[in-house]
Ligand binder design. Structure first.
Ligand code: HEM
Length: 136
């Protein structure tokens, strides 16, 4: 069964000899890894015992880094701690799916098919105007 941790519990693992971080609600023990982290040990030390999701995503880690992350997974963050402060005794927390762990590109307002459609209309108009001018 997956281990479930509270933010308070995770916060206790905040140093070089005991270093946990949270990414997308998943808890990683990177004690053994932080010294060999290609991005430097400092960044991981600064976020020790905390949620490192934003930093992890901002860097735009490679798929290799995302896969490597799995080696250090030790459990998940309890929903009670991440969403609200209410007490819960349930340990049956849904494990995030592979999709939830992957970095998702922010959804743009305009879907790509409509962008292509508008692009095509602009091109058609440009061709019509071009021929129209050449006929004059
Ligand atoms: C278990 C967690 C992590 C793993 C396994 C990991 C792994 C890696 C790997 C393999 C790279 C080399 C580049 C790449 O393949 O993308 C890298 C680079 C880097 N990482 Fe991480 N990383 C983790 C967490 C973090 C966090 C939480 C931060 C932010 C605080 C961070 C910041 C960076 C930076 C700044 C680089 C350098 C990027 C560059 O040079 O372009 N990493 N990491």
């Amino acid at each position: 069964m997956t281990n479930v941790y509270t933010t308070d519990e995770i916060a206790r693992h905040d140093n070089a000899t005991d270093l946990w971080i949270v990414i997308h609600g998943v808890v990683y023990d990177v004690t053994a890894f932080h010294k060999e982290h290609p991005g430097g040990e400092e960044v991981l030390l600064q976020l020790a015992g905390q949620d490192a999701t934003e930093c992890f995503e901002n860097v735009g880690h490679s798929p290799e880094a995302i896969n490597r992350r799995e080696i250090y997974k030790i459990g998940v963050l309890t929903n009670a701690a991440s969403t609200d402060k209410s007490e819960t005794t349930s340990t049956e927390i849904k494990e995030p799916t592979e999709d939830e762990w992957q970095y998702q590109e922010p959804k743009t307002e305009m879907q790509s098919w409509s962008a292509h459609f508008i692009g095509a209309v602009v091109v058609i108009y440009a061709v019509i105007i071009f021929y129209w001018y050449n006929k004059l």
